[in-house]
Design a protein around this ligand. Sequence first.
Ligand code: NDP
Length: 467
Amino acid sequence: MPDYDFDLFTLGGGSGGVAASRRAGGYGARVALCEDQAVGGTCVHRGCVPKKLLVHGAHFRAEFEDAVGHGWSIAEPGFDWKKLQAGKDRELERLDGVYRRLLHESGVRLIEGRGRVVDAHTVEVNGQRHTARYILVATGSHPFLPQLPGIEHVITSDGALRLPELPRRVAIVGGGYIGVEFAGIFNALGSRVTMFLRGGTVLRGFDDDVRAVLAEEMRKKGIELRTESLLRGIEKQADGSLSVLAGLETLEVDTVLFATGRVPNTKGLGLEEVGVELDERGAVKVDEWSRTRVESIYAVGDVTDRINLTPVAIAEGRAVAETLFHDNPTRMDHTGVASAVFSQPPVGTVGCTEREARSKHGAVDVYVSSFRPMKHVLSGRDERVMLKVIVARESDRVLGIHMVGADAPEIIQGLAVALKCGVTKKQLDATVGIHPTVAEEFVTLRTRRPDPEAERVGDLGHKVAEA
Ligand code: NDP
């Protein structure tokens, strides 16, 4: 066998790259990882972690307001954006150190610099070439910006996490995960938020009830949703403010945030030159083992554009390490992956949407409950919780579980285990609830929502009878 410098060379020190490298190092492989920014990647430095710290910070406003109905008197709370930012930055710095230490402890050599694949077994970093038996591409993704006049004046989530001042008026373009999460953060911190959506509502791809309920709750909190809105451009005014030109309307704001999706980081990596295939979005094409068309090159995480979530990238990375260095062939199972949107209120979801369930599984029973949680009896807040369970009629198997409301991500995590284990509606019903909680509603759902298909057939029958 040829003598390589390393057993594994990983490009990218984000969630997937670090997980794969550490697991491989733990199995005794000689591993190197190159990264040209802070270690930890998008999740730690430009995504999940800083975003969640801001979500926590923003949520206190609602807590202060809700406390009043419970007997507390609170003077007008003050808020210091710079202090929140400084706290967040300290934590990110700490995490960079933690990630470096973890790599070191797993015997992974960190090479600071940008890597480029030269051939099936060689990577070049800072002009120096390193050979490896296997190469792992885990270079992640970056925000996508459409071409529009004035696009140079907007920020993406990267900039939104580093704003020196809290903007008074914010326009957000795009209603996906990032758009609704930042809308919640800025709105709760006191900015005036207007969202521009090219479609009819937020969160395309999510269950329709989730989308409708979240949009309604966001509006109740004062976020303006401009739907079916096509942007013509952005203009910078002499006073530094920005004009958003949408259709015939113009809106003056201080900051424009584009949250219009992300694209895989594959440019300049030399991948196509060595035979790795990319799809039309530039993502690395891989098989179920995360292997590219070049036998020695693997890829995991956002760069492969499968399910673009940190825990998925980690699981994909670990599966590669198990397969290559532990004689334990492991394929990542991409089914039943739960996810959460840290909007205000948040969303938790696992399994099929109602639409998917009907198209893939035929007859389904749908249970939906929408209510005002006990906390808001005294707080007086007009915020409802919605939870929904979709069941295959023939097998009784639960196909999808969805929730909008406080703690939805925490609640759905447990239910995701049940769904992964193939839970049936009967088993949910046989579970004794914890009282009084919001989550107990998931095990006490009794009333089936009328079936639209049956109603339609019923209507037709009625018409035929009338005729
Ligand atoms: P999403 O793909 O979730 O949403 C993109 C949004 O931008 C959609 O509303 C889309 O509209 C709109 N859009 C796309 N192109 C244009 C355009 N040219 N003009 C106007 N609107 C446009 O992307 P995000 O940027 O929100 O997030 C990227 C990914 O990051 C997510 O898919 C997710 O995988 C991950 N993420 C996960 C989080 C979590 O787990 N909590 C948090 C943040 C990010 P339309 O619906 O019409 O297509």
